[in-house]
Design a protein around this ligand. Structure first.
Ligand SMILES: [Zn+2]
Length: 566
């Protein structure tokens, strides 16, 4: 695990935020501090900002440790202590500190450029804060932990060996159809054992979220959550509009692609286990032998785009900021965690020698680049920014990295890999719209049972079908939502991927038109973190924040054209 580097201006290195009494005393003294000048006020803001960054990193470290080892009791206890003791203690005091910041007579003297987002967000959180929701947040965090633990502990016996679900996934790329089918059923059989448990966890979360929204005076959790996420630059109506555009412009392409797959694989019916195998029946791409090869290859790609990008990745690798292998007891998925105190980024994933791993590494690497450039912003709260923009940074790298796939493949494999990166950009749009639409529905209809939730999920699967035949499979797609981690740990963190995807397509278009200028614009955008409203942040990347049908259609068309070249 990585080491925290203490870069502190206001607190001594031995100031330990896990000492709850010490932290409480400090927060109280910040809350009671009386400024006698603008200078004191400004200094106070940066001091609070530093303390929050120290707390965030302590949490990030603990989260990272707990996902790397879901079975380690000490780490789970520490995580529990932070979620159940530290956070609930901080929340009300932090709300008081926000109020002190907003209500100061010096507020109007602050540099608008630097503080506009902090002012907007603090006003928003003061408005939403309810003391009784602090307990609910803690419960939600604990339930999410339980979900992660349940999913992380799943091992599947297959042909005499034990696999994590991620390790088993690679057989779905195999040309042996019977093997794929067996793997599919082995996974389903194992997951089925957890359906009830996960349903129980989810319904508790669902009810708690609805209650939190009511406490804050909202009719439904959807409206509360969009506000809590600080979404100011688009509305629920805009979300529905984007669902519609995706259905109109992307879904028919996906149906065509399924039809072509069926034809090429010479099948009567396209079954769920036929979707990942190579369409020309070629063996799965094997991009690397060791994790070191994976890191070196991606570092080469980064170096070619901009030497600094390569240096950034190399620095993180050499200082233990990566945990990339899949192993038992490790939580599923991949993420990048910004470490605001150390000024570095932690990357987590479950590598299993698949092409997906290369894409994940490009993606998480893009997040890391974003954080590392935006850490130059003095106010740490401005670093990184919301997902609509941070995903532009990461998804763009999946496209900008296409040329550099030559470091992993040659000849025909290289073309397959390139095509795969483009397909992976197109693929998520329909499921994202489906998942977002699912959340809009369930969180605007509060009295739902698990059966209602499953029913609606199945209905959406029909609506968004690309032609896969689920006939004869018990429960069909009914419990598929249980695999979408975002529904558990971060509701409504979903459509932002589509919004960002459209941003990434524009970044790629700029790059294809003029490589130097394209990279310069991308690099420029990385520096602004979340310090401005979304339309302005997009502009810094040289792209437009616009997801109306007239801008979605040409972007999707040009992606499909690029895809059809291979
Ligand atoms: Zn991401």
């Amino acid at each position: 695990m990585f080491k925290t580097v203490k870069n502190r201006s206001y607190y001594p290195n031995d100031f330990n935020v896990l000492d709850i009494d010490l932290l409480k005393k400090e927060l109280n003294s910040l809350q009671q501090f009386e400024f006698t000048s603008f200078d004191e006020y400004e200094k106070w803001i940066y001091k609070v900002d530093e303390l929050m960054a120290i707390c965030e990193e302590e949490y990030a470290r603990c989260y990272a440790e707990s996902t790397c080892d879901t079975e380690n009791k000490d780490i789970q206890e520490k995580f529990h202590f932070i979620s159940n003791e530290i956070f609930p203690m901080i929340a009300p005091l932090s709300n008081e500190i926000d109020k002190k910041f907003i209500n100061s007579k010096y507020l109007s003297k602050l540099n608008k450029n630097e503080f506009q987002i902090k002012i907007r967000d603090n006003k928003n959180s003061i408005e939403l804060f309810r003391k009784e929701n602090v307990v609910i947040d803690t419960e939600l965090m604990n339930l999410n932990q339980e979900y992660q633990k349940t999913m992380g502990s799943i091992m599947i016996k297959f042909e005499g060996k034990e696999y994590t679900p991620q390790q088993l996934d690679k057989f779905l790329l195999d040309n042996n159809r019977e093997l794929r089918e067996n793997v599919f059923y082995a996974q389903r059989k194992r997951f089925k054992k957890e359906h009830n448990k996960i349903s129980e966890i989810f319904i508790k979360m669902f009810n708690l979220r609805n209650k939190a929204a009511k406490n804050a005076g909202y009719d439904n959790y959807r409206d509360f959550r969009l506000k809590e996420l600080g979404i100011f630059d688009y509305t629920a109506e805009d979300c529905y509009g984007l669902h519609k555009s995706i259905k109109e412009f992307v879904l028919p392409l996906k149906k065509d692609m399924s039809e072509e797959r069926k034809k090429k694989l010479d099948l009567d019916k396209l079954r769920p286990w036929d979707m990942q195998v190579d369409i020309d029946q070629k063996p799965p791409l094997k991009p690397y032998k060791t994790t070191k090869d994976l890191v070196d290859g991606v570092a080469n790609i980064f170096y070619d785009l901009k030497p600094l990008f390569g240096d950034n990745l190399k620095y993180l690798n050499e200082n233990n900021f990566f945990d990339l292998d899949s192993r038992k007891g490790k939580a599923p998925g991949g993420y990048m965690m910004p470490l605001k105190e150390t000024g570095a980024a932690f990357i987590f994933m479950n590598g299993a020698n698949k092409h997906d791993d290369v894409i994940t590494m490009l993606h998480e690497g893009g997040h890391a680049l974003h954080f590392l450039q935006s850490k130059k912003l003095k106010l740490k709260q401005n670093q990184m920014g919301p997902s609509e923009i941070s995903e532009v940074a990461s998804m763009s790298m999946e496209l900008l990295g296409i040329e550099g796939l030559k470091y992993f493949y040659k000849g025909d494999d290289l073309n397959r890999a390139k095509k795969n990166n483009l397909e992976r950009m197109l693929d998520p749009f329909p499921p994202i719209a489906k998942c977002d639409s699912f959340q809009h529905f369930i969180y605007t209809n509060s009295d739902l049972s698990i059966d209602d939730i499953c029913d609606h999920w199945e209905q959406l699967n029909d609506e968004w079908s690309t032609g896969i035949d689920w006939g004869g499979i018990e429960d069909k797609t009914r419990f598929g939502w249980q695999h979408v981690g975002h529904f558990f740990f971060s509701p409504f963190y979903m459509l932002d991927y589509a919004i960002a995807g459209l941003g990434a397509l524009q970044v790629y278009k700029n790059y294809l038109e003029n490589k130097n200028e394209g990279i310069n614009q991308y690099f420029n955008g990385l520096h602004y973190g979340g310090s401005k409203p979304l339309p302005e942040l997009f502009n810094q990347f040289g792209i437009k924040f616009d997801f109306s049908p007239k801008s979605v259609e040409p972007l999707i068309k040009s992606l499909y054209k690029e895809y059809s070249k291979y």
